[in-house]
Design a protein around this ligand. Structure first.
Ligand SMILES: [Zn+2]
Length: 480
């Protein structure tokens, strides 16, 4: 691997969070019955012309500004001509010559190493329709269907410079990009619903060389983890090709998640799309005042928020990074902190129990029922000794599913620790009676025997005793 350097660039398509499509009034809502959100404009019927959606321009400008781009004050749309069944007009309206935003960057961190990745451009375009294959993939299916509900949904395409060097860097770039777009309200960035999609261009060159090798483009990656795996696989594959004395073929390849490999899909020439300016859609002139106003609406972004959580609340860098990686987590954390003062304890619960349960159920934070106030109350119950930390986790799981207050759950399920000394003394006496051997062992100096006895008491109380108190009481009773 040291003999080669991977040159990786990402093209990310992000659906803008508008109610209606880019050039018509059809709804952009996801998951509706096929071909129910269409009209002559987005079906590309002859004679139909659209009108540009102002909100899409605003969101695209916000994306550009949040990614440290320059905004072009004079920008317009172009026709990119190609044929595909999901593109009924025979051309896509996009921005070829003068994108709305250029020359930005975002900062990533991989294994503690910071890196700035430059962004070439951010441009607005319409989404094509969606092909649905009757069985399996485009490679194997005998029939395909087209759903035009997506046709004309506004997108921004965000094109990085080919400055990424590994799958891990690509994943970090996507995570940061997703967080920024979520913080700024540009998109709901749901990869599983296709509102964020990523293609990767990958080539290799001898280390130290500046000449670019032939590149392949990888498609069909459905998660950030898949992007990382696909890139790692493809880099290895290209190394093998070169090591065997062959050359890498410029082509489009598809990622097969199950097999964990990339497969050739079609050769990719550098085609000329014969693009030209779209005359039917008005040019967009943005004043510097308008751009400044838009800049003023950019909220605190993930890096700044992370810095603040470290500086103001003393969170470790790692915790602050995890918590600010999503706007909803960051807001949940800060809302909990308003009611409970220990930032580190809160971050432990968010990174431990909350994220674990979200992952286990494949849920977003917004879908769970647990509230910041609920978590704060739970932590207070643990601090008071009403329940143990271990019990707290059980209560939290119920809060997560049912959204009830922890006090109520503890009461209903009889989970509070047995702090009634008389009751506990009875149980301890029984355990001592039933276990003469460990008792004798302990009394003759075998210190570890106490652990067994504590365990027996915990078992008899179904874990509802405080282990520290049990230990102390046992020692008192067994002292000679
Ligand atoms: Zn329409």
């Amino acid at each position: 691997m040291d003999r080669y350097e991977a040159v990786i660039g990402l093209e990310v398509h992000v659906e803008l969070k508008t109610k209606t499509k880019l050039f018509c009034g059809c709804s952009t809502e996801f998951g509706q019955a096929p071909n129910t959100q269409v009209c002559p404009v987005c079906l590309g019927l002859p004679g139909s012309t659209g009108v540009l959606n102002k909100k899409a321009v605003e969101l695209a400008a916000r994306a550009g500004l949040a990614l440290n781009c320059q905004i072009n004050t004079d920008t317009w749309f172009d026709r990119k001509n190609y044929y595909y069944p999901d593109l009924p007009k025979g051309f896509q309206i996009t921005q070829v010559f003068q994108p709305i935003a250029i020359e930005g960057y975002l900062d990533i961190e991989v294994e503690g190493q910071g890196k700035r990745v430059n962004i070439n451009r951010v441009h607005i375009e319409e989404d094509p329709g969606k092909l649905i294959h009757a069985s399996g993939s485009i490679m194997t299916s005998r029939a395909s269907f087209v759903d035009y509900n997506r046709s004309g949904v506004p997108l921004v395409e965000i094109v990085s410079e080919p400055e990424l060097r590994s799958g891990a860097e690509a994943k970090a770039y996507l995570e940061k990009l997703k967080a920024i777009l979520e913080y700024t309200g540009v998109s709901d960035v749901k990869m599983e619903e296709g509102s964020l999609r990523c293609d990767a261009n990958i080539s290799l060159r001898p280390s130290g060389s500046t000449i670019l090798g032939a590149k392949t483009e990888i498609k069909n990656m459905n998660s950030f983890r898949a992007v990382q795996r696909a890139i790692e696989y493809e880099v290895e594959r290209q190394i093998e090709v070169l090591e065997e004395g062959d050359r890498v073929i410029q082509e489009t390849r598809t990622w097969d998640e199950n097999q964990g490999i990339t497969m050739a899909m079609r050769s990719k020439e550098d085609v000329d799309y014969r693009s030209f300016i779209e005359q039917e859609i008005a040019r967009v002139e943005l004043t510097t005042d308008w751009i400044e106003n838009m800049q003023a609406t950019i909220p605190e972004l993930p890096d700044a928020r992370r810095r603040r959580l470290v500086d103001e609340h003393g969170l470790p860098e790692y915790d602050a990074g995890v918590i600010t990686s999503s706007l909803s987590l960051a807001e949940f954390f800060e809302a909990t902190l308003e009611e409970y003062g220990d930032a580190k304890k809160i971050s432990n619960w968010i990174m431990g129990e909350l994220l674990r349960l979200l992952n286990a159920h494949g849920m977003e934070l917004g879908e769970s029922r647990v509230t910041p106030g609920g978590l704060a109350s739970l932590l207070k119950l643990i601090d008071k000794g009403t329940i143990s930390n271990k019990m707290g986790k059980k209560v939290f799981a119920v809060m997560f599913q049912e959204g009830r207050e922890p006090q109520q759950i503890v009461k209903e399920k009889g989970l509070s620790q047995i702090s009634d000394v008389d009751r506990l003394a009875e149980i301890i006496a029984e355990v001592i009676d039933k276990n003469p051997k460990p008792v004798a062992d302990f009394q003759s100096g075998k210190e570890q025997a106490i652990g067994f006895l504590v365990g027996q008491v915990m078992k008899a109380t179904r874990g509802q005793a405080n282990p520290g108190a049990v230990n102390a009481m046992l020692r008192e009773r067994l002292a000679k």
